[in-house]
Design a protein around this ligand. Structure first.
Ligand SMILES: [Zn+2]
Length: 79
């Protein structure tokens, strides 16, 4: 399950990702995160290009679109 890839396409809103669980960019969306599912600012030095799905906790690498981890503690995703 961790090795599934995200489909990505460009639209008028920019990058569009759709989660297997139905979340997508225009729904709950995604937030910048570290590998442990803790929210980080995109400007932080520790951020290395990961986004967390705010519905299922999958953590996605924005370059490869691979699911690299998954969190179940959504409280950490709220800054
Ligand atoms: Zn999801």
């Amino acid at each position: 399950m961790l090795h599934s890839k995200y489909e990505s396409q460009k639209n008028n809103y920019g990058e569009h990702w759709e989660c297997p669980y139905g979340n997508h960019t225009m729904a709950s969306g995604y937030d910048t995160s570290n590998i442990n599912g803790r929210a980080v600012e995109p400007s932080d030095d520790i951020w290395n290009g990961l986004y967390a799905c705010l519905e299922c906790g999958r953590i996605i690498d924005q370059d490869s679109l691979e699911v690299v981890s998954r969190t179940s503690d959504f409280s950490l995703l709220r800054l």
